[in-house]
Design a protein around this ligand. Structure first.
Ligand code: FDA
Length: 281
């Protein structure tokens, strides 16, 4: 690793749990001790060759086993382009099946992240097909997508577990809402649908306004939901929610491919650029 990457990794460690399974499981133990559940993700995306995609599956099988042995409270969250979705949808579905079956064997749930708009259809197809066999399987839904509400209704009809996020990818304006206000309004509309018709879902945001909306909705309908936040972001809010009796989970990514993930986190908040610059001097 060059000096530039070593410095970047120092900053990235704020958001990632390390580069190997051992550090991921240790971080998960610490989160469990603080009262949080965990979602562990092995960093990687846009994989096209089948040997590398198979290696990702093996990593997840080993991770699930290590989590079970350490009695970690939580589950794994995968990206389907890690399993070669963009190159071969059937093969990616087969890889998801292996990880979903193993989750069941280990007594764990499994989550599927949502990626860029070019793979949303394929992700939903692969997810809904796997859901027919595996009930403890969830999927992320991005509130910035204009099509989001229709997708949410389709998922609720199938009894899916949904994790509602704002959306993290750069997308064209005809595909996504682009102002913060529009995105928040759509998030709130989808949140209302989830509290009305959903059960077992996740409110995955660090936005205080949306957290307050979810708390208000939870007063009128008692459903099984949790707050989910990323490692290293709004830790005081996580604590406050857990202390008030809400279920909270922390998303802990790990692995060597931390660059794309860290870039998305840096671009979300200007103060992160200062963190980066400070690490360079
Ligand atoms: P917003 O970005 O408006 O942030 C609200 C406040 O939170 C900010 O004002 C700031 O205080 C704080 N904050 C947010 N991001 C920060 C950062 N990087 N650094 C410092 N402070 C920050 N996306 C996706 O497309 N597919 C997916 O599968 C997932 N999965 C996922 C799981 C979980 C558990 C979470 C929490 C998020 C995701 N995301 C995701 C990411 C999501 O789409 C979104 O990009 C981020 O959560 C940031 O959006 P917020 O809702 O936090 O709001």
């Amino acid at each position: 690793m060059g000096i530039r990457d070593a410095l970047l990794l120092r900053v990235a460690k704020r958001w990632i749990a390390g580069v190997d399974i051992e550090s991921a499981v240790n971080d998960a133990k610490r989160a469990n001790q603080r009262g949080y559940g965990v979602l562990l993700n092995f960093l990687g995306e846009e994989i096209r060759d089948s040997a590398t995609a198979d290696a990702q599956v093996n990593e997840y099988l080993a991770l699930q086993k290590a989590m079970a042995e350490a009695q970690i409270r939580g589950s794994v969250s995968v990206k389907l382009t890690q399993f070669g979705l963009a190159a071969d949808e059937m093969a990616a579905a087969g890889r998801l099946e292996r990880v979903a079956s193993n989750a069941e064997k280990m007594g764990q749930a499994l989550w599927v992240d949502m990626e860029g708009s070019s793979v949303v259809d394929a992700t939903l197809r692969t997810y809904t097909s796997a859901l027919e066999k595996h009930k403890r399987l969830g999927v992320a839904l991005q509130a910035y997508m204009r099509r989001g509400e229709a997708d949410l209704k389709m998922l609720l009809d199938r009894g899916a577990w949904v994790r509602l996020v704002k959306g993290a990818y750069r997308e064209p304006r005809d595909v996504v809402f682009s102002t913060r206000d529009e995105i928040n309004r759509n998030y709130e509309a989808e949140l209302a649908l989830l509290f009305d018709r959903g059960d077992h879902f996740a409110v995955a945001t660090h936005d205080s306004r949306l957290v307050e909306t979810a708390k208000r909705l939870a007063e009128s309908r008692h459903v099984d939901f949790e707050f989910e936040m990323l490692k290293g972001i709004r830790n005081e809010l996580k604590e406050e929610l857990a202390e008030s009796g809400y279920r909270v989970s922390e998303y802990l990514p790990y692995g060597n491919s931390w660059m794309a993930y860290s870039r998305r986190r840096m671009s979300e908040h200007p103060s992160n650029v200062w963190l980066l610059l400070r690490s360079l001097v």
